[in-house]
Design a binder for this molecule. Structure first.
Ligand SMILES: Cc1cc2nc3c(=O)[nH]c(=O)nc-3n(C[C@H](O)[C@H](O)[C@H](O)COP(=O)(O)O)c2cc1C
Ligand code: SF4
Length: 459
């Protein structure tokens, strides 16, 4: 099992995805065998904890329409970053006429610094598999593909054991639970760069092709894997489906703290005492989440929060009060993205940080869309000139214009999000930016030409 620090959370917080940190005998995620101290692949323990109850109910007692209706009432939104309502995708996939449909569990985790989905698969494999199987029943698919990074070897081994066990017990494979329905699961390890996380690229990767994002619509739900209707969700999205079926939509809705439904895995790193990941009710504030990781080590102070991964927003300390949920983050100029919060203290130069992130995003852009390919490169160059204290004319206006053009190209979500680091710098940290471009100084002493010139001035 990947060595990872799963952070304890207050007793009253629900555990819908992972067993409670350090739990032994405590109630945990639906069917999470680990909650009772047993191995996560111990099927008997998982079944005793409730695994495959939801699938049994869905197959034996519900119509496809009823399953989708329960999902719609639960308010479940995708955890792959953008928060699209899941039931709309299920409905579209089920209603598209086809001789074959697919369900894809997206656990590739494009952000190289985040490992929440990998940990989920290692600790709650049956919850993810059962959720995907319920989806297969609802949309009329008989093939599930779990796509994940080839380096996630522990997760791959865990999944393969879990699938074998579930097939022997009749929960997966041919004639599931005597229903005459086949649900076959394939584990697909993939190796690629950041853009492989975008769903249309992921589908091409599963087919064995190199790829760039495709214009949507058509969405994968109508034209996806091998041209067939395909339901793609993040692994976390599937993992909560069994609990929604057995517990009813209300239980899931109530699990949130504010603004949404359910819980989400967040990885907290940077300047914190105890970095790790935690399952938090949607709408928990950023400040409360940072407290789970022990807060900022003395004598340092919070300067900013990077929320959403490399194409995330850099938010000011006041954003500690912002609820970690889709709309509040969007309004603040960030997004959930890869599910990470990086706490930044006074030792970091935010101009340098925004510039490095923009360069990463420009390097990852696949090049299919000209505003994104050229525009992000130009934005990265502006960021570099900010760091050197050598802006050319009104670079801030140029930055805003470029962002508008890039966002308008709208081929995939990468371009829209990749403008966030520099835009949030302009929005929240104008003073630090002016230090660089007006006063030729870098308060953190990071930006080298300015740091060197200051050193010369002092000596
Ligand atoms: C550049 C890029 C990288 C992405 N990486 C991931 C990823 O690692 N995992 C993921 O679930 N979704 C990722 N997505 C989002 C997917 O395209 C898709 O929206 C998501 O998997 C849908 O799942 P959901 O309905 O559960 O949110 C990425 C999108 C973009 C544009
Ligand atoms: S927007 Fe950027 S990353 Fe997306 S397809 Fe176009 S060039 Fe590629």
């Amino acid at each position: 099992m990947t060595t990872v620090n799963v952070l304890p959370t207050p007793d009253k917080w629900p555990h819908l995805l992972l067993p409670a940190a350090g739990a032994s005998g405590a109630a945990g995620a639906s069917g999470a065998a680990g909650a009772s101290g047993a191995a996560p692949t111990d099927l008997d323990a998982a079944v005793a904890a409730g695994a495959f109850k939801g699938l049994t109910e869905a197959i034996k007692e519900m119509t496809a329409g009823e399953i989708v209706a329960v999902l719609a009432n639960s308010g479940l939104r995708g955890r792959g970053g953008a928060g699209f309502p899941t039931s709309e995708k299920w409905r579209a996939c089920a209603l598209t006429a086809a001789d074959r449909r697919y369900v894809v569990v997206h656990a590739y985790q494009a952000d190289p610094a985040v490992f929440t989905d990998r940990v989920l698969l290692e600790r709650s494999p049956y919850a993810v598999l059962e959720g995907a199987a319920i989806a297969a029943v609802a949309v009329g698919a008989s093939d599930i593909i779990v796509a994940l990074h080839a380096e996630a070897t522990e997760a791959i081994a865990t999944l393969e054991t879990a699938i074998r066990e579930a097939e022997v017990a009749g929960y997966l494979g041919n004639d599931v639970l005597g229903s005459g329905r086949d649900i076959n699961v394939e584990v697909k390890p993939l190796q690629g760069a950041y853009m492989l996380g975008e769903e249309t690229v992921l589908l091409k990767g599963i087919e064995g092709h190199r790829g760039q994002p495709e214009q949507q619509p058509p969405y994968p739900t109508t034209r996806g894997l091998y041209g067939k209707p395909t339901l793609v969700h993040n692994a976390q999205t599937f993992a909560v489906v069994p609990g929604i079926i057995t517990g009813g939509p209300g239980t899931y809705l109530e699990a949130a703290a504010k603004g949404g439904a359910g819980t989400v895995l967040v990885q907290i790193s940077g300047s914190v005492v105890n970095p790790g990941l935690a399952e938090v009710p949607l709408g928990t504030t950023i400040g409360e989440i940072v407290v789970l990781a022990g807060g900022v080590p003395a004598p340092h102070t919070v300067k900013a929060f990077l929320v959403g991964g490399p194409s995330g927003g850099i938010l000011p300390p006041g954003a500690g009060k912002t609820p970690y949920e889709f709309e509040a983050l969007e309004a603040a100029g960030a997004w959930m993205g890869s599910g990470s919060i990086v706490v930044v203290d006074e030792r970091v130069c935010l101009v340098d940080l925004a510039s490095v992130l923009t360069r990463f995003c420009a390097d990852q852009a696949c090049g299919k869309t000209i505003p994104c390919r050229i525009g992000l490169r130009r934005m990265a160059e502006i960021g570099a000139r900010f760091c050197e204290g050598q802006p050319r004319g009104d670079e801030i206006e140029r930055l805003t214009d470029l962002s508008a053009d890039i966002v308008a190209s709208r081929l995939c979500d990468h371009e829209r999000r990749s403008t966030l680091p520099l835009l949030s710098l302009v929005r929240y940290f104008r003073d630090e930016l002016d230090d660089h471009i007006v006063r030729s100084t870098c308060p953190a002493g990071i930006c080298q030409p300015m740091a060197a010139s200051r050193a010369r001035a002092v000596s």
